[in-house]
Write a protein of this length. Structure first.
Length: 559
């Protein structure tokens, strides 16, 4: 109740402030918001009156220009794409650093900023290019006093150049999926793609960002916010990092974004199909509390994560401005509170290891397999009475014009249920460790990509624990996606011997929640739920008979 009261007071006071000062609605942006720059520093949208977005070649050229004009840049490749393109990332630091060890020794907070995971949503990419320019050469240079900022402006580099027609501006955009027609923001657990594997190995595992920011665009929404933000909502994640983002970072950033940029931002939600609306919730915005999304999966690592989506019906310049403003304020907050953020995350690491060491052997340590959203209570939200109509720009065949009623201020709708509270609905015991048969080496490799430490037994061991008996393999739906569902239950085994060569996951490690979520047979979209083990189940005849889940949960090593 204390948290809900704080949210209500914050919402009401901020809404009152909003109508007392200059707020930019619809397509509006302040004149000259991006500054005055020499021609060589201009981005593609700035050069083309926001009719175009940067190609992968133009992206590399812009980063190269920054390298030649600042001594605070280190550029490297996150991965080489299936179509043989380089995906660049840039480390901004003062003094310049080139390795994760240098970053760790500096004591500064490492932040990772990502755009263009869905290239038909290019505004994040362009906002990040402008922000890099401003941080290196403009009025935001002080951010590097306390931060090391890693920027990957165009994460889906193949999709960026696989062009299609856009609506309005930019005229041409990339595709949502990669060149294998896979959605990278649904691959955070399976890690089937070169792109996500590269992100984990090259950035997450090596640089260990305390905070990540993933920029997106929504469709034609009815709410009145310039940007919507969300954090990790997987119930299995340690609550402290996500609570800090939700309770402390978001309210502060909401206020400063209004004050410094004249924009209203709020939680990434959608409204139900009523007027006045009665629900303001994550489920209405396709933000489920499963871990298939990059920002949700990153929260399982005891780190802080933000996903933000700006409305899609607004102009390209407006969408770029919305991300520019929100990211700038997030960076400002991280610069001021970074040491505290680091401490929260490191403490979560230690608490997880200690809990496994002291409570796992008895079977009393539990964690969540799935969850739902419940209400924090009622809040007031900004919304338009009418939805955005599918109108053509006059004299064209392009469906993109923002409806006239959305160019002005929205209405304040009072007393809407705020359905964003993640609550666990099913749980299982967290073991002291897992044992994985040698033939399932692909499981061990995926865990290592997730930064889970996996050992190989050099001699046989005897353990006590339990194994899951699968009665039936079925299909279900979660978060709008097909998922595998297992019916069955755990059976205890007093003593069981495993040979040398077996893979062992000791859960006394900071990434224990990642391992638990991936390996538990009934986790919502773990390795089973997301289909990683489908081929194995088929080869074992699971469609015809019961079988034992091959990954064993041990509680004690007997010898």
């Amino acid at each position: 109740m204390k948290r809900m009261a704080t949210i209500l007071i914050m919402v009401l006071s901020l809404v009152m402030t909003a109508f007392a000062q200059k707020i930019y609605w619809g397509d509006s942006v302040p004149a000259g918001w991006n500054g005055t720059w020499q021609a060589k520093y201009l981005t593609v949208p700035e050069k083309t009156k926001y009719e175009r977005t940067a190609s992968s070649t133009e992206l590399l050229e812009f980063i190269d220009m920054l390298r030649w004009n600042s001594d605070k840049v280190h550029a490297f490749s996150v991965y080489t794409s299936p179509q043989r393109r380089i995906c660049p990332a840039v480390v901004l630091a003062n003094p310049r650093i080139t390795t994760p060890d240098e970053a760790a020794k500096s004591g500064k907070t490492v932040v990772y900023l990502q755009g263009n995971i869905h290239p038909y949503e290019p505004e994040g990419k362009e906002a990040l290019l402008m922000l890099m320019r401003e941080i290196l050469l403009g009025k935001m240079t002080r951010l590097l006093d306390n931060l090391i900022i890693i920027v990957c402006p165009s994460f889906n580099i193949d999709g960026n150049d696989n062009l299609n027609f856009g609506e309005g501006t930019p005229h041409l955009t990339g595709t949502g999926n990669n060149s294998q027609n896979l959605n990278l923001n649904r691959d955070a657990i399976r890690v089937d793609t070169v792109e996500v594997a590269g992100l984990y190995r090259t950035i997450f595992n090596r640089w260990d960002p305390i905070l990540i920011f993933d920029a997106h665009m929504m469709g034609r929404v009815q709410h009145g916010y310039a940007n919507g933000y969300a954090t990790c909502t997987v119930p299995a994640a340690h609550p402290a990092p996500r609570n800090f983002v939700f309770d402390t970072l978001f309210p502060a950033v909401r206020e400063t974004t209004r004050k410094n940029f004249g924009l209203e931002v709020f939680t990434h939600c959608g409204l139900d199909n009523k007027w006045p609306p009665t629900i303001w919730g994550h489920d209405q915005a396709i933000w489920s509390n499963e871990a298939k999304f990059v920002a949700n999966a990153y929260g399982l690592r005891n780190r802080m994560a933000i996903l933000a989506e700006t409305p899609g019906h607004e102009s390209f310049e407006r969408r770029i401005y919305a991300h520019y403003a929100l990211i700038a304020e997030v960076l400002g907050f991280a610069s001021a509170r970074g040491k505290e953020m680091q401490e929260i995350c490191r403490r979560a690491d230690a608490e997880i290891v200690e809990a496994v060491k002291t409570r796992a052997e008895t079977g009393e340590l539990k964690n969540f397999l799935a969850g739902i959203y419940e209400s924090w209570g009622k809040v007031d939200v900004l919304a338009y009475r009418q939805r955005n109509a599918s109108e053509l720009i006059p004299g064209t065949s392009v469906r993109a014009k923002i409806a006239a009623h959305m160019l002005g201020a929205p209405e304040l709708v009072q007393g809407v249920e705020f359905l964003t509270k993640p609550v666990g609905t099913a749980s299982a015991s967290v073991p002291r460790g897992y044992l994985i048969p040698a033939e399932l080496d692909f499981i061990a490799e995926k865990l290592r990509i997730h930064n889970v430490r996996v050992e190989v037994l050099n001699k046989p061991i005897k353990v006590s624990g339990e194994e899951f008996v699968i009665d039936r393999i079925g299909q279900g739906r979660g978060g709008g996606y097909n998922m595998v569902k297992l019916d069955g239950g755990f059976a205890k085994s007093p003593v069981k011997e495993f040979p040398a060569g077996t893979f062992r996951v000791d859960m006394a490690q900071p990434t224990a929640n990642v391992a638990f979520y991936c390996l538990e047979p009934q986790a919502a979209d773990g390795f089973v739920g997301s289909g990683v083990l489908d081929a194995y189940f088929k080869s074992m005849g699971a469609d015809k008979r019961s079988l034992v889940y091959p990954i064993y949960k041990y509680y004690k090593i007997l010898e």
